[in-house]
Design a protein around this ligand. Structure first.
Ligand SMILES: NC(=O)c1ccc[n+]([C@@H]2O[C@H](COP(=O)([O-])OP(=O)(O)OC[C@H]3O[C@@H](n4cnc5c(N)ncnc54)[C@H](O)[C@@H]3O)[C@@H](O)[C@H]2O)c1
Length: 436
């Protein structure tokens, strides 16, 4: 059998060993799903604490069932290591390392580059490498391909290389790694076929093959830019509606009755997480190489980035109407995570809100049962317990993230003033209540 057919056979019969590089929000659920499907899985991470936790069967990612992880580790189907020499033992590798921005909003490709170099150093013939990290179009062929070729491999013959974007939506109860369709684009047609075979043997959902890694890289950026821009529009509508005294949430609800041509997006305190606020800038950066300015993306970014300021401005106005200043006011901020029911506060818009509250002299505390401590400007801060006394003692309560475990009835009844940035109530006709 040729290398390609042999690998495809191993993937289809689940006799292949799969390596997952980067055991974070994306990588750990992926490793668990592949092991549950019957593959032997080796996870790689540079953080020893994550490696140790996996090997002890201890879960640290919300989307993973602790019993799944524990069971797979016990059965010897899943293990973790920081030793890249184990790459020699795997038949297929999924790279799920971070792709953040630097302080100039330019892609930081250090993690992708260093993991690709470590993989190439230990790569053996007949192995598939798939990049899953979100990145600019061209990464797989311009950055990873030369690293692998520098070791003398011919892509499509000796080894196989593809890009397949990760679409996981942490906290989503309906769609997860297993039932979300996958897009796959290989450097050669053969590369696409083997990568697609790997996903088909694990997923319940469709695998959509495209003609190149760049198409797959670009479609992921289209997905996230689409969200970013539409949220920007919803935020702009919220700012305008506030000036005009119109309830933006009622407007969106009404528009949503149109059965075609409209999809609701909602305003909020700003964007957060590792994807929506970051990914469009990858495109903006790459577009400059082609002398093109992504105007729409930058405008949406500006609006979304201004939302924490808008929230604090509104907080000031709400207190002002009560004859109070923000300086010295007691403020309870509910929710640190960037969205509902998750424990991730990376890029959370709540952080700049807290920074501004500090700057204006408010005395604030934050509540988030999923996040016991968080870092703000280098300082570790503990969140506090939500109870009646806490809410009653505050001049203003702000719902920044609408976690399900908040007692909304109590919050509404005990708040002196309640500012809700998430439209958390069905029929919000309360005198002390203000919506974004
Ligand atoms: N989190 C999401 O919701 C989400 C959704 C879709 C796509 N993505 C994309 O997936 C990628 C990973 O995101 P994430 O949220 O899982 O990040 P994460 O920070 O949670 O996890 C990344 C892991 O990679 C490890 N790592 C870094 N360098 C490494 C190296 N050289 N070798 C081995 N391990 C290394 C880190 O220690 C970390 O554990 C990013 O490109 C992100 O944009 C994320």
């Amino acid at each position: 059998m040729m290398l390609k057919e042999l690998l495809q056979h191993k993937l289809e019969t689940k006799t292949a060993t799969i390596g997952v590089v980067g055991l974070g929000y994306v990588g750990l659920p992926l490793a668990v799903e592949k092991a549950k499907a019957g593959f032997k899985v080796i996870g790689f991470d540079v953080q020893e604490n994550k490696v140790n936790k996996v090997n002890a069967g201890e879960n640290y990612i919300g989307d993973v069932l602790p019993t799944d992880l524990e069971g797979l580790v016990k059965k010897g189907r899943l293990k973790a290591t920081s030793d890249y020499s184990f790459i020699k033992e795997v038949d297929a590798i999924a790279i799920c390392v971070p792709t953040p921005l630097d302080i100039y909003k330019q892609p930081n490709m250090d993690y992708v580059r260093s993991s690709a170099e470590a993989i190439a150093e230990n790569l053996t013939e007949g192995t598939l490498v798939v990049l899953e990290s979100t990145t600019y179009p061209g990464t797989t062929e311009e950055l990873i391909k030369p690293i692998i070729e520098s070791k003398g491999f011919v892509i499509g013959e000796d080894v196989f290389l593809a890009y397949s974007p990760e679409r996981v939506d942490p906290g989503n109860k309906d769609f997860n790694t297993k039932n979300t369709p996958k897009v796959v684009g290989g450097v050669t047609e053969g590369c696409t076929k083997v990568a697609a075979a790997m996903y088909r043997s694990v997923l319940e959902s469709d695998v959509h093959e495209v003609s190149s890694p760049a198409v797959a890289e670009m479609e992921k950026l289209l997905e996230n830019t689409f969200r970013n821009i539409n949220i920007g529009l919803a935020n702009e509508m919220a700012i305008l509606c506030n000036k005009m005294g119109i309830d933006v949430w009622e407007v969106i609800k009404a528009a949503s009755t149109k059965p075609y041509g409209f999809m609701p997006f909602y305003p909020g305190p700003g964007l957060g997480g590792h994807c929506i606020p970051i990914d469009p800038w990858y495109l903006t950066w790459k577009a400059r190489e082609y002398n093109y300015h992504t105007k729409l993306i930058e405008t949406a970014g500006e609006i979304n980035d201004s939302m924490p300021d808008f929230v604090v401005q509104r907080a000031m106005e709400i207190l002002n109407e009560q004859g109070k200043a923000l300086k010295g006011a007691k403020v309870v901020v509910l929710g640190i995570a960037y969205k509902k029911d998750i424990d991730d506060y990376r890029e959370s818009p709540v952080l700049p809100i807290l920074e501004r509250l500090t700057k204006f002299g408010a005395e604030w505390v934050a509540v988030d049962s999923n996040i016991p401590t968080f870092k703000l400007n280098g300082e570790m801060i503990s969140t506090v317990q939500l109870d009646e006394k806490l809410i009653e003692s505050a001049d203003l309560t702000i719902i920044a993230t609408n976690h399900s475990d908040f007692d909304y009835e109590m919050i509404k009844n005990c708040s002196k003033m309640l500012f809700d940035t998430r439209n958390s109530y069905d029929k919000p006709q309360y005198p002390n209540y203000v919506k974004l």
